[in-house]
Design a protein around this ligand. Structure first.
Ligand code: ADP
Length: 273
């Protein structure tokens, strides 16, 4: 009954719906400084339901900061961000930044989940307990129901056999897959990934990418900060290339990668390949 995980926003035919679509996330002229240093300037783009967006660019270009503003882990100084029609960033007309307090509740309301570079599982809890933690504590799901759903999700991800394991008994790739399922268990409409494979040994990267791909194919709307260019080329719907806090180029992967008309993009793609 529960599943597929991406069904929250996807239309019944899966992603790439035809016809007029409304963006789920609108990022409009966002600016952000830390201690007087501009880290985001005039950043604007939309994310549509079911879309997979890769944020790429050199280290320090503002990708993580942008991801964190979408999830209200950071405020923005100017411009606005709406998720599911609700303001999550600064609303210029309101005249002051939206406070970060209540951010967790706000995230739950608009349905944003996040996966971090360092899996951040609870070490003292089993896999199953990790997965049901947020549904039970934040969303008020009954424990039995949360357990049943968690088992279903773990099975879907091929992780059922680990439900009673503790994180330290698992490989990094397994831990990150559990972290992804833990995020999915909150039934997000949007999943944000912050360099999900960059802490992993190379031989463990693919199992995590495979699960992300499975999620994407189920219709999940995803924003991924990653250096996995080949992966982005294969199945991103949109690639956003950032440098120095600005969007240098964005569009379909074939546009951005195959004919980078911008020398900065070209140079970056060349460097990373
Ligand atoms: P990326 O993800 O592209 O590597 P980041 O968004 O992490 O880039 O960082 C962009 C810039 O903002 C960097 O110069 C970084 O040092 C700075 N920065 C990020 N977070 C903070 C913070 N909390 N306080 C001060 N500076 C920060």
């Amino acid at each position: 009954k529960f599943l597929n995980p991406g069904r929250a926003l996807a239309n019944k035919d899966g992603r790439r719906a035809d016809g007029p679509r409304r963006p789920y996330v609108v990022i409009n002229k966002v600016a952000k400084s830390f201690h007087g240093k501009r880290v985001l300037r005039d950043v604007s783009f939309n994310i549509f339901p079911g879309e997979v967006v890769f944020l790429i660019g050199p280290s320090g270009s503002g990708k993580t900061t942008l991801l964190r503003t979408i999830n209200r882990l950071e405020t923005v100084d100017d411009g606005e961000i709406t998720v599911g029609g609700q303001f999550v960033g600064y609303r210029a007309s309101a005249g002051r930044p939206v406070p970060l307090r209540d951010a967790a509740r706000s995230r739950a309301r608009v349905g944003v989940g996040m996966v971090f570079q360092h899996f951040n599982l609870f070490d003292h809890l089993t896999v199953l307990e990790n997965v049901i933690e947020a549904p039970v504590r934040v969303h008020g799901t009954k424990r039995d129901q949360a357990r049943a759903e968690a088992r279903e999700l773990l099975a879907w991800a091929g992780l059922a056999e680990y439900e009673n394991h503790y994180p330290h008994q698992l490989s990094g790739g397994q831990q990150q897959r559990i972290a992804i399922i833990r995020a999915v268990a909150t039934r997000p409409k949007l999943l944000l990934f912050d360099e999900p494979t960059s802490a992993l040994d190379p031989e463990l990267v693919n199992e995590v990418l495979d699960l992300m791909r499975k999620l994407a194919e189920s219709g999940m709307t995803m924003v991924v900060v990653s250096h996995e260019i080949v992966f982005a080329r294969d199945w991103a719907d949109k690639v956003v290339f950032m440098e120095d806090g600005e969007i240098v180029q964005h569009g379909a992967p074939e546009e951005v990668f195959n004919s980078p008309d911008n020398p900065r993009t070209k140079n970056f793609v060349h460097l990373i390949e």
